[in-house]
Design a protein around this ligand. Structure first.
Ligand code: ZN
Length: 219
């Protein structure tokens, strides 16, 4: 079987982790609108992730979609569907990462803090080592923050087995949401592949997440 672009990017990532960044800054000039590598990447917005560098992407190679966590939200799905059906991408790469801020809170805790719950404000201040200032107002949206499943840990805590599992659960949830979406074909002549990874912000390396796999327990 021919090597996929994702496999090529994994080769690039090994070079990146050794300190050899392949991404070259370039004024785009006139380039085709369709991504040359036919790839769409969904990654966390974390400031430590240089997506182009860590995958060795050049200008024009891929769509790069980013949000808090690299979560497959409704808006991410919107982007991926447009990316595939209108702009011809056929490989999707999900990138979560170690030390992600989405490991450090729960949706309920953040909502309670924003609405004015004093205990939640205190917990969020402790977790983030920043004075959390409540807005003391309720809001209907965003309906969800998509914090990762499992007990929150301190912000930027060193990765351990537990946090790696929590990251893998969310990558698998995202892969499932994509692979089972009725508007994203995964079989037939117009098929899209999806693979998920956890990027280690300490080593610069990507580690692939097995799919399907365990989704964890709330207990
Ligand atoms: Zn993150």
């Amino acid at each position: 079987m021919a090597k996929s672009q994702t496999d090529l990017f994994l080769d690039h990532n090994r070079q990146y982790a050794r300190g050899e960044a392949l991404h070259k800054p370039a004024h785009p000039g006139r380039q085709p609108i369709r991504p040359a590598r036919r790839v769409a990447v969904l990654a966390c917005m974390d400031a430590r992730l240089d997506v182009e560098d860590l995958l060795g992407l050049q200008t024009g190679d891929a769509h790069v979609i980013r949000n808090a966590g690299g979560v497959v939200t409704e808006d991410a799905l919107r982007c991926l569907i447009i990316s595939h059906h209108l702009l011809d991408t056929n490989e999707i790469i999900l990138v979560h990462h170690t030390r992600c801020g989405m490991l450090a809170f729960t949706d309920e805790l953040l909502r309670a803090g924003l609405e004015g719950d004093a205990a939640a404000e205190k917990l969020l201040s402790q977790a983030t080592q920043r004075n959390f200032v409540s807005c003391r107002k309720c809001a209907a949206s965003p309906a969800a923050f998509h914090a990762f499943r499992g007990a929150p840990e301190a912000l930027d805590a060193a990765p351990d087995g537990n946090s790696r599992e929590r990251l893998a659960w969310d990558v698998r949830r995202g892969m499932s949401a994509i692979a089972n979406h009725p508007w994203i074909p995964t079989h037939g002549p117009d098929a899209v592949t999806v693979r998920g990874f956890v990027y280690d912000v300490d080593t610069g390396k990507l580690e692939e997440v097995s799919y399907p796999g365990a989704m964890g327990s709330v207990a």
